[in-house]
Design a protein around this ligand. Structure first.
Ligand code: FAD
Length: 118
């Protein structure tokens, strides 16, 4: 139904924005605890995402392509790749993951401070 599709798409856009922005702000050199936090977050997220059919598909993707949490770059590229897998399934355009570094900003005060990761 059209209305539900619109709501689902809005939720998707907001969610992808949050996910990609989280990856863009993930530490360049994460600690063991930070890596574990991201891995746990993504698994819990895939269980709790409110669109049930989307969550089920997403869990299958996570099984095949476990979250890459070793660095900001690895996490950002991983998220871009899995978003592209969803794009393929939904017959959407593929995004060029080489362009991802500058696209997702948080508007945070410390955004341009490369010395600080947190
Ligand atoms: P979106 O896919 O929402 O993307 C938003 C913007 O992100 C794009 O306009 C583009 O600028 C940018 N972008 C596109 N690709 C990438 C990329 N690879 N990396 C970084 N940025 C990119 N909808 C369903 O109908 N069925 C599903 O099974 C389904 N599963 C989903 C699973 C998850 C985990 C999520 C978060 C969403 C899911 N959705 C699903 C929603 C769907 O992915 C879209 O969010 C929704 O259809 C709106 O699409 P859109 O064309 O506006 O762009």
């Amino acid at each position: 139904e059209l209305k539900n599709d619109t709501i689902k798409a809005e939720l998707g856009r907001g969610t992808w924005k949050l996910l990609h922005t989280m990856m863009a702000r993930f530490p360049e050199n994460p600690t063991t605890s930070e890596k574990e936090a991201l891995r746990n977050f993504l698994h819990l997220f895939s269980r709790l995402y409110p669109c049930g059919e989307c969550a089920a598909e997403f869990q299958e993707i996570l099984k095949k392509y476990p979250p890459q949490v070793s660095s900001r770059e690895a996490a950002s590229q991983w998220a871009c790749a899995i978003h592209n897998m969803v794009n393929v399934r939904l017959k959407k355009e593929i995004f060029d993951c080489g362009l991802i570094a500058d696209k997702y900003k948080c508007g945070c005060d410390d955004e341009n401070d490369n010395k600080k990761d947190k």
